[in-house]
Ligand binder design. Structure first.
Ligand code: ZN
Ligand code: MN
Ligand code: MN
Length: 281
């Protein structure tokens, strides 16, 4: 298994691989820029080269990126919609400079326009991005959401709709967040419930499209539609659910990225829990 964690890049990219290795992580996720601002300074190439060297030195298998929280491809407002497209393209370019293969993003919130309109808008946004991806290597990964507020992507059929309607399927992949799908109503705890969830994922989306997993427990109950992460084994998914997830061969080669509360300071506790669960605890 490839366990990673979302790492802070406040001090630059260069030192993140060593910190990840120190914790015992084999993969990372980063924001390529401040996640709460549209504009970013160009990447510091000295920092980028140092980062690349340290990826090798500390044997980090893969880094993925998470897009800005401001991006909303379902935004009814034209200016916000256009800004979201530009921001995604800009972040994809930064991914290429950093040699990051996937940019994970939340598909968007329809803000009262309705789900059907929102889904169409997202596809339009994705297609505008794809039109300009000719020289970009990084791929977009749509994240499954908890369905909080008017956020789309909380049903596997939403993701299936997006994949089916984009102009170039090869450019769009998927990220499954375990907290989000559980909060959205997909059972993970019982053996039967877990298998049913994964069979539905396979049928609607397909594991061949799954490139990133966000490994989070949930502070809120099944179907709550509230996006609140918990540390592994300490939320509603619990050890039961993670026993199913961590023993699932379908996740063997996919980076499992922790986005648990406490971040870098507490990932060690999550890793300890993961070992305990795998050891039969
Ligand atoms: Zn996310
Ligand atoms: Mn996530
Ligand atoms: Mn979340």
């Amino acid at each position: 298994m490839i366990i990673g964690g979302h790492m802070s890049i406040g001090g630059g990219f260069r030192d993140a691989p060593a910190r990840a290795r120190d914790i015992g992580l084999d993969a990372m996720q980063v924001f390529t820029k401040n996640q709460r601002q549209w504009i970013a300074k160009p990447l510091n190439m000295e920092d980028v080269h140092g980062y690349m060297e340290n990826m090798k030195k500390y044997d980090i298998k893969i880094t993925v990126a998470h897009a800005s929280y401001l991006v909303n491809l379902a935004a009814p407002d034209d200016e916000k919609f256009k800004k979201s497209i530009d921001s995604m393209l800009h972040e994809l370019q930064r991914c290429d400079i950093l040699n990051i293969p996937y940019l994970v993003f939340h598909p968007g919130a329809h803000m009262g326009k309705g789900e059907k309109e929102g889904l169409k808008r997202i596809v339009d946004g994705l297609n505008s991005i794809i039109d300009k991806m000719e020289n970009i290597n990084a791929r977009i990964a749509i994240e499954t959401t908890a369905g909080q507020g008017t956020n789309l992507g909380y049903k596997f059929d939403h993701i299936a709709y997006m994949l089916d309607n984009v102009s170039d399927k090869s450019k769009v992949k998927v990220c499954m967040d375990t907290c989000h799908i559980f909060a959205a109503g997909y059972e993970l705890r019982s053996k039967e419930g877990y298998e049913k969830t994964m069979e539905e994922f396979e049928k609607m989306i397909g594991f061949e499209n799954l490139k990133v997993v966000h490994l989070n427990d949930s502070e809120k109950s099944l179907g709550s539609r509230v996006d609140r992460h918990a540390q592994i084994g300490r939320g509603y998914i619990g050890k039961e659910g993670f026993r199913n997830i961590l023993n699932d061969f379908r996740f063997k080669d996919i980076p499992l990225i922790l986005e648990t509360p406490g971040g870098e300071a507490l990932y060690g506790e999550d890793l300890k829990m993961i070992k305990e669960i795998l050891g039969g605890g």
